[in-house]
Design a protein around this ligand. Sequence first.
Ligand code: ZN
Length: 360
Amino acid sequence: MRRHFIFLSLVFLPVACAAQSLETENVFLITIDGLRWQELFTGADPDLIDNENYVDDPNDLRKLFWADNATRRREMLLPFFWSVIVREGQIYGNRSFGNYVNVTNKYLFSYPGYSEILTGFADERIDSNDKIPNPNKTVLEFVNEQPGFEGRVAAFGSWDVFPFIINESRSGVLVNAGFESASDGELTEREIFLNELQGQIPSPWSTVRLDAFTHHYALEYLKKYRPRLLYVAYGETDDFAHDKEYDAYLKSAHQTDDFIRALWTWAQNTPEYRGKTTFLITSDHGRGAGDNWTDHGTDVEGADAIWIAVMGPDTKAHGEIRENGQLYQSQIARTIAAFLGLDYTNERAVGSVIETAINR
Ligand SMILES: [Zn+2]
């Protein structure tokens, strides 16, 4: 009689972990300096679009960005936000639905705002835009110290104060900001050309470069070095607003929306990033209303009003949040870390994770 050997073949099925692990492996933090919630949620402002104090050619601007319906207007101004992000992500801060996002620092201008975004708390000592190295550690510096993230955190900004806000020399986080050229490793043809163009195209401002340089330097860096935490800080909107140029402010906002689309599209076409990358987009401060739209600061009503958009594999597609709620700028840092599976803390208490944005 033959012995029958029975071979048991064991089939291993992937088992979903009880403690949910996140899909996000990379985070892109993006800021648009001083872009008001009013334009984000209602498009071109009816009180400003025809105002000759702020607009050279109202007919031209109306053709580009005007519709009677505010929903249509915002789609015309920011088509990526109001097609892709609203469909796949979450957008907080539409105050007409009682949904609030506020700055907690009392100064309501840029360095205190960026420091709050990046550290997770308001520091009353950060009371100017002066080029003073940030005494606080940012979430960029924290992430850069974690295993698997060393050397894979980078920041690109149009404003020349970012190397100080991020404390580049202490943190070791690569920062390319202001009028810096690309200088890392072997330069790509595009980087060489950007370096050349940056010297040939005068910026309207002494401390802020045009955002196209920031954007394309960031994109070239992405292709070369594959950072896991990338910060891109667009700056034109704030400066055009201070210059009282509503037309340029809107055109810049529209272009920035398209830059963000380009980053998202690149990520979705790149295997290391596709389906593994979360975008978090916000602003450093708000601005006033009516004639005060040009300004912000402690004495400008509404300058503490900001907004936050989030999109990625661990964020439920709730779209525009149309319910009462309150978020703070100080919650962004810890939320970024949470998407990367890290628990960010600092010497001071930091804002809590935005739990509704992260499916964990
Ligand atoms: Zn400003």
